[in-house]
Ligand binder design. Structure first.
Ligand code: UZR
Ligand code: MG
Length: 207
């Protein structure tokens, strides 16, 4: 098999990365082209050894919160045509779930996550680097709604996390990583022109 095309999609939490990824993926799965989506969120470190109180205090917006070594090993394996055991993470308990999922290699791999472009050693692994650039106030509003609905949080806890880690770490790590991107996408996952441009690039690469 030809080496897969690896596309990394990054940007702030709440920027629309996941929707952009979803829309890109749907475009391809509709055409019957095999695409594998990997989320950096799944590679948050296991914290079974820590009490809940310590887990709640962890800085999840720092690159060290992720097991990037495992992500790197998985990308390498998929490149070599090997399957991987994809981890699953629980945002409510802040640790990995016991089960993993067997994923097979595919010609296109789409990765999405906040720190994908912030680690210099990961950059050479990607064929296409995309940064979804959305104003921070919009990201915060979306995040507030999502974290309360889906991640079991309160308004107070989202506001505290935002002030203490999300915003400062965004400025320290995510915002500067924008300059490593090949393409900067405004208007998030609904930017149809950006989706079409990237889809046609992928199609060309698959010929
Ligand atoms: P996305 N996060 C948690 O809140 N708890 C965890 O156990 C793991 C991650 C949050 C993290 C980050 N930050 O901003 C966000 N905080 O998940 C990244 N605070 O996920 O890209 O899906 O928004
Ligand atoms: Mg997301």
């Amino acid at each position: 098999m030809q080496s897969p095309l690896i596309i990394a999609i990054s940007g702030a939490s709440g920027s629309g990365k996941s929707l952009f990824t979803e829309n890109l993926f749907n475009g391809f799965s509709a055409q019957g082209r095999p695409v594998q989506v990997l989320r950096e969120d799944h590679y948050y470190r296991a914290q079974d050894h820590l009490l809940m109180e310590a887990r709640e205090k962890n800085n999840y917006d720092h690159p060290n919160a992720f097991e990037h070594e495992l992500l790197k090993a998985h990308l390498q394996a998929l490149r070599d045509g090997q399957p991987i055991d994809y981890p699953h993470y629980c945002f409510k308990t802040h640790t990995r779930l016991p089960d993993t999922e067997r994923l097979n290699p595919a010609p296109v791999i789409i990765l999405e996550g906040i720190m994908l472009l912030a680690r210099a050693d990961l950059l050479p692994l990607y064929d296409v680097k995309i940064f979804v650039d959305t104003p921070l106030d919009i990201c915060l509003m979306r995040r507030m709604i999502r974290d309360i609905k889906e991640r079991g949080r309160t308004i107070e806890s989202v506001a505290k996390q935002y002030e203490e880690t999300v915003k400062p770490m965004y400025h320290q790590f995510i915002e500067p990583s924008r300059f490593t991107a090949d393409v900067v996408v405004t208007q998030g996952g609904k930017n149809q022109i950006a989706l079409d441009v990237i889809k046609s690039h992928i199609q060309q690469a698959l010929l």
